[in-house]
Design a protein around this ligand. Structure first.
Ligand SMILES: *Cc1c(COP(=O)(O)O)cnc(C)c1O
Length: 829
């Protein structure tokens, strides 16, 4: 602690600024042979980033040395996705040197925020899952807990989304094209990964020895990206494995004249880390994806064991769990369990029972979804061919496990088949993860309850102590200090800087909700953020927004369960009200959407088109007189979120109750003073508890009502259409040519899906029609409340004050207390 105090001295400050400029200038000289005046923005960015990197590296080295010195246990956090966002400004804020750099650079006419535009954003994740992993890394670094985040260095991140003629078009994201300053390859830790081939079992020495032969080798080269923590002495690594073909073998083939085959193998090997699968909450059992999962989990396990042996030569491998914890973020990395079994059995020679015992002490698992299409299974046939040794291990685990289940559920074949790891030709990764982990957790209280009562009910009965509810959180400093500096400064002015270390101190803002001057300042900052967003929208979309209208934002992946369609249908309903009575008073409203759809998710893409057509309709109708604006902002990512969320006044969190495991954007909006308009789903339920029912607008079916409607097949969509005139009028607009006169059938697929069941599937399975009235009534409340600005502002401040419970620091402390048991790197004082 204490950098800010150190720099309070003006002399120190001037010296520090001069030193920064000198460093940057030297980097320009050495890297580009150029001076300040001649440098391009990209060269300037790189020179500044390299200067900052030196400082981060000091903490990196320090963390590594202290971890070794203090012989600390380390966490490996495995996630097939990370979504870190841009890094330059975030590092500077964490180093508590942002102001210093900004002032220094402004002396030579450089704007730090603009410089960051040159940095590529690593799109190594789809949405919430990856973003959570990055928030966790940052909190681990802040709390000085030894950890490494492990994933894949996708050469192409999540596609860039363009909207062309109102439709999503995907373009590749070649984020490494101009180099990525923050990554450092570590050639010493390159690992060999083996695919295919066959195994030979040898009992000749009285115990089973397994050899794996005729496999294909792919090399995994790690690139480490430092993760800094707020005012922390250490930096952690996000280790991204990159696939390479083993050159030596290629060269032999080349010399044999077999170069076509050699180059094909190279292509195939390198395809593994080529591209991120663009599906969120959905899984397709593709071979390449299974290869990706094995590739990064095998590399990580081999490295973790190697590191354990290097650091703790005095400890037997059976003590592994004393020194490492492995957390798997959803089931994608669950192959790590089988891979550790392989290493313990085949390389370390442990007996079966001992290996099982070590493994179950090492692993913990977080479930992220209960939706069927997202539950990961692999066909035995594919698995057997690609990973023959892991296949024999998973069969043996399954056999043991089913035998143990027989004791708990004698004769209950159906129940055991449901819990089995291998059944009906499929390998069930969630069952593997639960069976082999010492801790399983859900990401909100509601989600954990559903896991216990529903998805994992049979497991819960046997292992009740294994289940935990640890609610997700956010890296709240990025979403305030970086995204909303105006608000962050106002908060510090009001309650001091302690909230930046301890989010619970945000509670101290509560009395400010009664302070008229404070409310006015907070409102002025919101207005500035709305204007900033309006500039962005005008520049990028050519649409002029009214900063005095209500900014209502729904930004998240496009998914039917998230119900962007409900929001869009309500906009049509408002439009009809204007049309029915153009001269009546109407509170001006701006509806902003941002969402990528998986490229193969046809209906999601159609919903994007639908939103774009609704926008066209309202913008082109002179009766609307600009009172209604609808904007679809393309290419939602962390940087866009940082502009969008601080400007939001209404946060749309309207998923079908029971479907959104937690949500994290709901927390970001709350921290930025938006009022949540939400269902009783995921962490919304806990937001309600934290802020009180007068400060949040909750509507719609409860999770229990949703469950009942599924169970008793009691949902009568057709009756709603018959009986609800307003709803019928809106639905009819989907197919009567109002939106696309040239092609009135454009959206009939969406219309049909709401009203008619199709091959046995239920119509409107996400209850858009059922919740329509409740949603419209809730939006009426929004409007009424907005008409009383003081009341609105007060509620907004109370939301900020209550948002501290959603700090990922708190989440990480809880994981550590209940699951990982890591000790922090002690700072020397
Ligand atoms: C926070 C975040 C998400 C998650 O949003 P949800 O509304 O919780 O699904 C997705 N994408 C980005 C870029 C984010 O920052």
């Amino acid at each position: 602690m204490g950098k800010e105090y150190f720099y309070m001295n003006e002399l120190n400050r001037a010296e520090a600024k001069a030193r920064i400029l000198k460093e940057v200038e030297e980097k320009l000289h050495r890297s580009f042979g150029i001076t300040f005046d001649d440098a391009t923005p990209m060269q300037l960015y790189k020179a500044v980033a390299l200067t900052v990197r030196d400082e981060v590296m000091e903490r990196w080295t320090h963390g590594r040395e202290e971890r070794a010195e203090q012989k600390l246990k380390r966490l490996y956090y495995l996630s097939v996705e990370f979504l870190p966002g841009k890094m330059l400004v975030n590092h500077l804020l964490n180093l508590v040197e942002f102001d210093l750099y900004q002032e220094a650079l402004s002396e030579v006419g450089v704007n730090l925020m603009e410089l960051e535009a040159e940095e590529p954003e690593p799109g190594l994740g789809n949405g919430g899952l990856g973003r959570l992993a990055s928030c966790f890394m940052e909190s681990l670094a802040t709390l000085q807990l030894p950890a490494m985040g492990c994933s894949i260095r996708y050469e192409y991140g999540l596609f860039r989304q363009q909207i062309v003629d109102g439709q999503q078009v995907e373009a590749p994201d070649n984020w490494l094209e101009d180099g990525f300053i923050w990554e450092v390859p570590d050639y010493d830790d390159e690992m060999e990964i083996h695919f295919g081939g066959h195994i030979i079992e040898d009992w000749s020495e009285g115990y089973l020895k397994v050899r794996h032969e005729d496999y294909n080798t792919v090399l995994a080269l790690p690139y480490d990206v430092p993760v800094s923590g707020y005012d922390s002495d250490i930096a952690l690594s996000m280790r991204l494995w990159s696939a390479r073909s083993p050159r030596r073998i290629n060269m032999e083939q080349f010399s044999r004249g077999d170069y076509i085959k050699a180059s094909e193998e190279k292509e195939l090997a390198e395809a593994i880390s080529k591209v991120l699968y663009p599906d969120d909450n959905h899984l397709e059992g593709k071979e390449l994806r299974l290869k990706q999962h094995y590739f990064f989990t095998s590399a990580t396990i081999q490295y973790a064991v190697k590191d354990f042996k290097r650091r703790f030569p005095e400890l037997p491998i059976t003590r592994l769990a004393d020194k490492i914890a492995i957390h798997i973020n959803d089931t994608h990395p669950a192959l790590a369990i089988l891979e550790l079994m392989r290493v313990l059995l085949d390389q370390e020679g442990l007996p079966w029972e001992t290996a099982i015992a070590v493994c179950s002490k090492v692993f913990a698992y977080t479930n992220h979804t209960i939706m069927n299409e997202a539950l990961e299974t692999w066909s035995e046939d594919l698995f057997k061919v690609l990973l023959p040794r892991l296949y024999s291990i998973v069969q043996a685990i399954n056999q043991d496990f089913c035998e143990s289940l027989w004791k708990h559920y004698p004769g209950q074949f159906d129940r055991i088949a449901k819990m089995a790891i291998v059944s009906y030709g499929q390998i069930h990764m969630a069952n593997l993860a639960v069976a082999m982990s010492h801790a399983v957790n859900g990401v909100s209280k509601l989600h954990t309850r559903i896991l216990k009562q529903d998805l994992f009910a049979d497991f819960y009965r046997i292992y009740p102590g294994r289940f935990h509810a640890i609610t997700n959180g956010i890296s709240y400093r990025r979403w305030s200090l970086k995204a909303n500096p105006g608000l962050a400064h106002l908060i510090t002015e009001a309650i001091g800087p302690g909230w930046l270390r301890d989010a619970a101190e945000l509670e101290k803002l509560r009395p400010m909700a009664e302070d008229g001057a404070f409310l006015e300042k907070a409102a002025a900052i919101k207005k500035e953020n709305k204007v900033r967003l309006a500039h962005y929208v005008e520049k990028t979309q050519g649409i002029v927004l009214n900063p005095d209208s209500i900014y209502d934002v729904q930004a998240k992946r496009l998914h039917e369960y998230k119900r962007q369609l409900l929001n869009a249908l309500h906009i049509l309903y408002l439009y009809q009200q204007i049309k029915a009575n153009p001269e009546a008073d109407f509170t001006p409203r701006t509806f902003l959407f941002a969402a990528k759809a998986a490229p193969g998710y046809y209906r999601a893409k159609l919903i994007i088109s639908f939103i774009c057509q609704v926008a066209e309709l309202v913008h082109n109708d002179p009766d609307v007189k600009g009172r209604l604006k609808v904007v679809f902002l393309p290419n939602y990512n962390v940087s866009l979120a940082e502009v969008l969320i601080p400007a939001a006044e209404v946060s749309e969190q309207i998923s079908t109750a029971g479907k959104e495991a937690s949500g994290t954007s709901n927390m970001k909006f709350m921290l930025n003073g938006a009022i949540t308009l939400g269902t009783l789903d995921g962490a919304n339920v806990e937001m309600l508890d934290a802020v009180g029912e007068e400060n949040i607008i909750i509507f719609g079916m409860t999770p229990e009502e949703v469950q009942q409607a599924y169970r008793f097949n009691s949902y009568r969509q057709g009756e709603l259409y018959e009986e609800n005139l307003a709803l019928r009028r809106v639905l009819d607009m989907m197919v009567d040519g109002s939106l696309t006169p040239a092609n009135p059938h454009r959206f009939s697929e969406l219309y049909q899906a709401l009203l008619f069941s199709d091959n046995g599937g239920m119509a409107d399975p996400y209850f858009v029609l059922k919740d329509f009235d409740a949603y419209a009534a809730a939006q009426k409340k929004v409007e009424a409340l907005y008409g009383r600005p003081k009341v609105w502002q007060k509620k907004s401040v109370l939301n900020i004050a209550a948002s501290g419970v959603f700090s990922s620091d708190k989440t990480i402390r809880e994981y550590n207390r209940k699951v990982w048991h890591l000790s922090p790197v002690e700072s020397e004082e």
